[in-house]
Design a protein. Structure first.
Length: 214
């Protein structure tokens, strides 16, 4: 973590245990931070005022979503986008994003903690995708709030354990998570299954071409 340069917009953020505290993290009553909790009020502000999810500053035309392969298939994110350099920093240092076997801890969550909108897939996907787009997003209403339909990508940056991911690593992540999306589509019928199959094919055209880690 100390070897990764902190982007200027994040350099002034508070720190705890050596970690930069992202703008979206809620501050608890005792003044501490729990990185697993997001401030719902900031999600509203980010969507309304086009603010970076990581640093809280205006985001501009280019926007980068930090997602997993399943989000790439349905083109939906539960979180707003960030500046590219803020997103690259998060993908390089966040323990949950960089440690393949890291599990999302749900014990002792702060009182009042809520789940993200939509249906959340509770798993560590093994790879992280930085979805860079100039088209921004559309808000989609969902149970529990809103989701973000990501615009057409201008660039896809696949990461695994803080480095560039190989094609095989991304494919393995898709194979492990796809049955969860397929089960949802099967409940909705043949049209949903056909749409999901098409969406998966579109994502596979965005995969890295190299077979070995950079």
């Amino acid at each position: 973590m100390t070897e990764v340069e902190i982007p200027g917009r994040l350099a002034t953020r508070p720190r705890t245990r050596g970690f930069v505290v992202p703008w979206f993290v809620a501050q608890l009553d005792d003044g501490s931070y729990d990185f697993r909790t997001a401030d719902a009020r900031k999600l509203v502000r980010a969507a309304r005022d086009k603010l970076c999810w990581m640093c809280g500053e205006p985001i501009g035309r280019w926007q980068t979503f930090i997602v997993g392969p399943m989000c790439a298939i349905n083109r939906i994110s539960s979180e707003p986008p960030s500046h590219r350099d803020c997103a690259e920093y998060a993908a390089a240092v966040c323990p949950f994003l960089t440690q393949r076997e890291q599990r999302r801890r749900t014990d002792h969550l702060p009182e009042g903690h809520g789940s993200p909108a939509g249906i959340m897939i509770e798993r560590q996907p093994g790879v992280t995708l930085l979805w860079v787009t100039r088209e921004g997003y559309q808000l989609v209403r969902a149970p529990g709030g809103v989701l973000f339909r990501m615009g057409e990508p201008n660039e896809c940056i696949w990461q695994c354990e803080g480095r560039s991911a190989t094609r095989d690593e991304v494919l393995a992540s898709i194979e492990s998570g796809y049955p969860l999306l397929l089960a949802e589509a099967q409940r909705d019928g043949s049209a949903a299954i056909a749409a999901l199959t098409l969406a998966r094919g579109e994502v596979e055209r965005l995969l890295p071409t190299e077979e070995v880690a950079a």
